[in-house]
Write a protein that binds this ligand. Sequence first.
Ligand SMILES: Cc1cc2nc3c(=O)[nH]c(=O)nc-3n(C[C@H](O)[C@H](O)[C@H](O)COP(=O)(O)OP(=O)(O)OC[C@H]3O[C@@H](n4cnc5c(N)ncnc54)[C@H](O)[C@@H]3O)c2cc1C
Length: 414
Amino acid sequence: MDFSEPSEAVQIKKALDEFIKQEVAPLETEYDEFLGADYEKHIVDEDHRQVPEYRNIVEQIRQKSVEAGFYGMTMPEEVGGGDVDILTRAIVGEHMSNRPPGFHSAIFGGAGGPTPILLACDERQREEYLEPLMDGEITTCFALTEPGHGSDAHHMDTRAEKSESRSDSERSGTAAEKDGDEWVINGQKVYITNAPYADFAMVFARTSGEDGDLGGITCFLVDEETPGYEIGTIHRAMGMTPGTHAEIHLDDCRVGEEQVLGEVDKGFQSAMDWIGGGRINIAAGAVGTAEYLLDLSVEYARDRETFGKPIGHRQGVSFQLAELATDIEQVRQLYRYAAWKMDNGERARKEESMAKLRGAKLANDAADIAMQVHGGAGFMKDLPIERNYRSARVFRIFEGTDEIQKRTIARELI
Ligand SMILES: Cc1cc2nc3c(=O)[nH]c(=O)nc-3n(C[C@H](O)[C@H](O)[C@H](O)COP(=O)(O)OP(=O)(O)OC[C@H]3O[C@@H](n4cnc5c(N)ncnc54)[C@H](O)[C@@H]3O)c2cc1C
């Protein structure tokens, strides 16, 4: 058994540190208003949309990341990617999270960047969508969740019917129907990351079958200027970079047959094939964040004195840090094991969910302990702990809630 990190991961981490120092840090210094205590006020306008100056920084970093070969790192070489495996990507993700909040999150593009789901693109779609995405010229978003369905997304109301059942679908008010060579999509999506800035969306709609079937759902590539496609309310979300998530409204939105990604009726299953890697990345990010918070707390515990001694000399404080350090190591080994299994082509549903479940808990525990150890100073916005505390909460909700991870683990057991 070899617990050392793959040499590729070690090299990428080193190169990324240099890239951040050279390309990202100067922007963080120049535009510190987007990172300071009042960052939320500066990043968005009154409609909660990110201001052009902030978007411009994100785009600059994206372009530089493309040139340096970090963007699309996990995509295969045949589409211009770096072909790194799941374990390497996760280790690099852990490393990137082990630092204060900053602009470095733009390096990989997040939910707006290249995704293996788009490997299902045909030749024309590759040219029109995947290549410009890999080149950082455009961004995308993944539009699955709806107001009525999140954990049970396959029960979606944005559904598809053939044109003969138009009257039925019109009555239901939510349908995507085939009309000659076109599909007409109706429905609504919510909480969609990067929706306000995406040049095209991967929109999931039911095209056949019964409510709740895993089959019968199709993924459409919808350009943002398509009539009937509109960004609704931009959500005001806790802890995240403001102005990132929004509703998408689809009202008689017509797209051609050529906008179907992959096979009709198979969109949901193929998207789910990729979701495991996302869960592992979340767990890895949680480990990085937790370690960053642990380091801050250890330093503070060494320096801060009460009753004539550093607080780190009190077991009431040091034992919290000991527990946290243990949990970090536990989740690190768990996500690496899950990634290793996936890279070796083994089934890892249970391990992916275990890593995501424990990673989400770790991120929240770490923020809570860091705030407790820092006392009042941790509660104030001058330190990054307060922001991390708010950002951690979403780990238990997105990419499958805690309960959905437990459901998956239980299903694998029973
Ligand atoms: C910041 C953020 C970004 C997001 N980005 C995207 C995105 O880019 N694209 C996208 O499509 N979606 C996105 N989402 C949506 C996200 O995937 C959903 O919020 C999530 O899957 C939960 O769905 P829901 O909010 O509808 O909650 P629900 O499914 O309504 O769940 C409500 C509660 O019930 C529990 N519950 C539900 N079913 C069960 C069950 N069977 N057993 C036990 N408990 C259960 C849940 O765990 C939860 O506690 C994002 C969400 C957030 C918060």
